[in-house]
Write a protein that binds this ligand. Structure first.
Ligand code: 5GP
Length: 221
């Protein structure tokens, strides 16, 4: 063992931010570059969008299936996000990954993040924002996956969510995706160097080390 032994458990990283802030793209890039990162796949009752596939972007389930899992205490957190649709983080796999020493990313909304804060206070909370509300509107329109009414709903939610930024540990403005990803990576790296992640400091006895150095010096003469 070296001098410092840090916790072998992985770090739980919660990433939130308003719709179309680019959280998904950032998470994808993070995982491409870091083999020790794993992004949790949430369960939802919303309809798949565009090319989305079951088990890739989400596990798409019925309301009955979702509510059964709630009863079984199968979620770390869950919330009704858009249009009363459920979104939730399946629990067991998260703790298995953390125990294996893998860092886990949850890309969830603010309600979910607050629940995780209660259950896992040592987790890292990062908020991603678009540079301006105008850009958010543009990104949402260009995505073209929501109708006018749904876009308005997402836009309203975005206003509410941005006001909650101070509940997070860090905020990253996603102006350029490469820069924003680098910032999130730097935050994760810094977090892993925090002294409260130290489990043990292992120093050889001072007298013994000094004595050995003196013997070495004498031999060199
Ligand atoms: P979308 O419908 O655009 O995929 O996601 C809508 C919102 O749901 C996003 O803000 C996303 O972060 C959030 N979300 C996705 N998965 C979960 C989850 O498991 N729990 C919670 N609380 N929110 C989630």
């Amino acid at each position: 063992m070296g001098i410092i032994k840090t916790k072998s458990k992985g770090l739980l990283i919660v990433i939130s931010g308003p719709t179309a802030a680019g959280k998904g793209t950032i998470c994808k890039k993070l995982v491409e570059r870091n083999t020790n990162l794993w992004v949790s796949t949430s369960m939802t009752t919303r309809e798949p969008r565009g090319t989305e596939q079951n088990g890739v972007e989400y596990f798409f389930v019925t309301t009955e299936e979702f509510e059964k899992k709630i009863e079984e205490d199968g979620f770390l957190e869950y919330a009704k996000v858009h249009y009363g649709r459920y979104y939730g983080t399946p629990k067991d796999i998260i703790f298995d990954k953390l125990d294996e020493g893998i860092d886990v990313i949850l890309e969830i909304d603010i309600q979910g993040a607050l629940k995780v804060q209660e259950k896992v206070p040592e987790a890292l909370f990062i908020f991603i924002v678009p540079p301006t509300m105008e850009i958010l509107k543009e990104r949402l329109r260009n995505r073209g996956t929501e109708n006018e009414e749904q876009m308005l709903e997402r836009f309203k939610t975005a206003y509410k969510e941005i006001n909650e930024v101070t509940k997070y540990n860090y905020v990253v403005v996603n102006d350029f995706v490469e820069t924003a990803t680098a910032k999130v990576e730097a935050i994760i790296t810094a977090e892993k160097c925090r002294v409260d992640r130290i489990e043990e400091v292992d120093l050889d006895s001072k007298e013994e080390t000094i004595h050995e150095s003196l013997v070495d010096l004498n031999q060199e003469k």
